[in-house]
Design a protein around this ligand. Structure first.
Ligand code: AMP
Ligand code: MG
Length: 617
């Protein structure tokens, strides 16, 4: 039996990112951009007005107020879409509409509300001159040329998933098409002699085929194009025929015929046409799962169509689809984030896990009092599809757990949340390690100052071996702690202090949710056993050996030179060291590129370790 992670890794190894295609931007929603998009225009193309009002020279409003208006002569009007025909000379103004180009000579726009226009109009007064009721500064209500997008700028990066706002940006650049990774065509085949089509009346012993529909809908939801092959019978001939019909697709998903009873037929048929790996995956529901490739020849060349054989039980097929087919489709589409967003929730029912497999329990998640709660959606038989219909999440009970009790925290995959919702900014953490007296603290001090200068928000975390005297004896906070409160918070307008009594020291991952999401970089002193990226400070006078083994280090800061492949940065050159950290950690994390792909051997439990979880309680 292989783990869910091993199975996922295997499945993903069978699929590749598809080739790009160019198509109309409106057809690209949800697809991944396959080119960098630069602008060859300025947006806005000209300085223009952000308000309906009067374009004039700011100078001419000097001293203006309601009681003492400044009068200017109105020499024309300009609407959005047309060009001004006159210039604004001293003492004059041009009536201007939002979006209209700013006339030559003008440097500000005064809103109608700040003029006496309304009064003049209602009293049938002269509109050839207007009173300005307030003094304005140069640039007021003026949108300057190129302030949104400047000609030559990189506007959208390759690999970006196109959302409505990106489609809008492409349109604003005047681009009617985009190059995107194409959507995969996924052939969907149900198997079983008991199945009849949904438009057929039920006959004794028969059931309607629901899997084809649920699976095809899943394929569409994740951006694929489903091609329903219909129902294959439990015979070699029928399956062979159907499978052949599906070979022009990018992937074939079958359901049924992989459990003990039918095992051999599907296996024989698939083995004849390609490689097939039947695996028992350590999960429930969904233990039996087949994956492999089917060979076909196309234009004299052999091609391989990846195949995923899901179990027949409707719930099992959906749960396994979510874990394996969904990420495979997303990978083919070129998406970076393959993991379903997960949250931590309080489970409201006991769930027992008897046979040491990873249990996916169908749950309904609600949010109450700032906390997620998950309740099991009735009987959990893998044929009970309505339990899936009532669910919006899958609670994940690890294989090494005997189950959970009501009130325990569980991880829940949120079925209806998009993967990109899980793309939270990663919080870059860098540990500065080194022997005692190597100068770690000095370096961190300098780095903090340097990163502040560069405009970043920095948090610093210090590891201390001994006890800390933060809550000074006699203070209220100290008295509350003394009285037995497990945590004491002291809040003032400018600061928040948080003091929590612990029975064991927390690791960095446990501390980060408390630090919160508002930082661009966390600099850590010490914690050399943590898995965070580490930079070691090495000083000649303390010997040539290092505290950490080279594989653990991202760089060495040294005042000597060491015989090693690791990047060496000069001790004392804070700018170079900050450059290294900025380039390798801070900027990478802002790119989202720092996220390890979910299949890189990371257990579900660790999913959020280096990520700012959306809801890490
Ligand atoms: P199998 O994996 O073929 O042994 O099927 C397991 C169970 O799932 C059986 O009770 C099947 O009747 C049911 N099943 C298989 N395929 C479908 C389908 N397409 N729609 C609904 N139920 C199915
Ligand atoms: Mg069957």
């Amino acid at each position: 039996m292989i783990s869910v992670e091993e199975a996922l890794e295997k499945v993903l190894s069978y699929v590749e990112v598809l080739e790009p295609e160019r198509k109309p931007i409106l057809d690209c929603l949800g697809q991944v951009l396959a080119e960098d998009v630069y602008s060859d225009i300025d947006i806005p193309p000209l300085d223009n007005s952000a308000m309906d009002g009067y374009a004039l020279r700011a100078k001419d409003t000097r001293g203006a107020s309601e009681s003492s208006p400044r009068y200017v002569v109105v020499v024309g009007e300009v609407a959005a879409g047309s060009m001004p025909t006159k210039e604004v000379r001293p003492g004059t103004a041009i009536r201007i509409m939002t979006g209209a180009p700013l006339p030559e000579g003008a440097d500000a726009v005064v809103r109608f509300e700040d003029t006496d226009e309304v009064n003049r109009k209602s009293s049938g007064g002269d509109l050839s001159q207007i009173g300005i009721l307030c003094q304005v500064k140069k640039g007021l209500n003026v949108r300057s040329r190129g302030e949104d997008i400047a000609k030559g700028d990189l506007i959208l990066k390759k690999r970006k998933v196109l959302r409505p706002q990106e489609i809008g940006v492409l349109a604003s650049l005047g681009l009617s098409t985009a190059l995107v990774i194409r959507r995969p065509v996924v052939a969907v085949l149900a198997t079983g002699d008991e199945l009849i089509g949904i438009d057929q009346p039920l006959a004794p012993g028969k059931i309607h085929d629901s899997n084809n529909y649920a699976i095809a809908a899943e394929v569409s939801r994740y951006g694929g194009i489903p091609k329903i092959l219909g129902i294959g019978r439990d015979s070699v001939q029928s399956l062979t025929e159907k499978i052949n019909e599906g070979l022009d697709a990018d992937m074939l998903i079958t359901s049924g015929g992989v459990s003990k009873g039918d095992y051999d037929i599907v296996k024989d048929v698939l083995a004849e046409h390609g490689e097939v790996g039947f695996r028992t995956v350590c999960m429930k529901p969904g233990k039996p799962l087949a994956f492999g490739v089917i060979r076909k020849t196309e234009g004299g060349r052999e091609k391989k169509v990846p195949h995923l054989g899901l179990p027949g039980n409707p719930v099992s097929s959906m749960v396994t689809f979510e874990q394996f087919a969904r990420p495979a489709i997303l990978k083919m589409m070129g998406k970076k984030i393959l993991a379903k967003p997960a949250i931590r929730a309080i489970i409201e029912d006991d769930v027992v896990n008897t046979d040491g497999r990873r249990l996916f329990a169908r749950v309904s998640v609600t949010r109450r009092g700032g906390q997620y709660h998950a309740s099991v959606t009735g009987p959990q038989g893998s044929g009970i599809l309505t339990s899936m219909a009532k669910a919006n999440g899958l609670a994940v009970i690890p294989e090494n757990s005997k189950g959970v009790k009501a009130g325990d925290m569980v991880e829940v995959q949120m079925l209806d949340w998009g993967e990109e919702q899980g793309e939270v900014k990663t919080l870059p953490i860098v540990s500065i390690v080194g022997k005692s007296r190597s100068g770690k603290t000095v370096l961190i001090e300098q780095l903090i100052a340097e990163f502040k200068r560069r405009g970043y928000k920095v948090a610093a975390l210090k590891h201390s071996r001994g006890r800390m005297e933060i809550d000074h004896p006699g203070k209220d906070s100290w008295r509350f702690a003394k009285a037995g409160s497990d945590a004491v918070l002291v809040s003032s307008p400018g600061k928040l202090a948080f003091i929590k009594n612990l029975d064991h020291e927390l690791n960095i991952e446990e501390i980060m949710p408390i630090v919160g999401p508002d930082f661009d970089l966390v600099l850590v002193e010490g914690f050399r056993k943590s898995k965070t990226p580490k930079i070691e400070v090495h000083r000649k006078e303390l010997g040539d050996d290092l505290l950490c083994s080279p594989e653990e280090l991202s760089a060495i800061v040294t005042d000597g030179s060491l015989d090693t492949d690791i990047a060496q940065l000069p001790w004392g050159d804070t700018v170079a060291i900050a450059d290294f950290i900025e380039k390798n950690f801070v900027l990478k994390s802002q790119d989202g590129a720092f996220l390890p792909p979910p299949h890189e051997g990371r257990g579900l439990g660790e999913e959020n370790v280096y990520r700012r979880d959306i809801d890490h309680q």
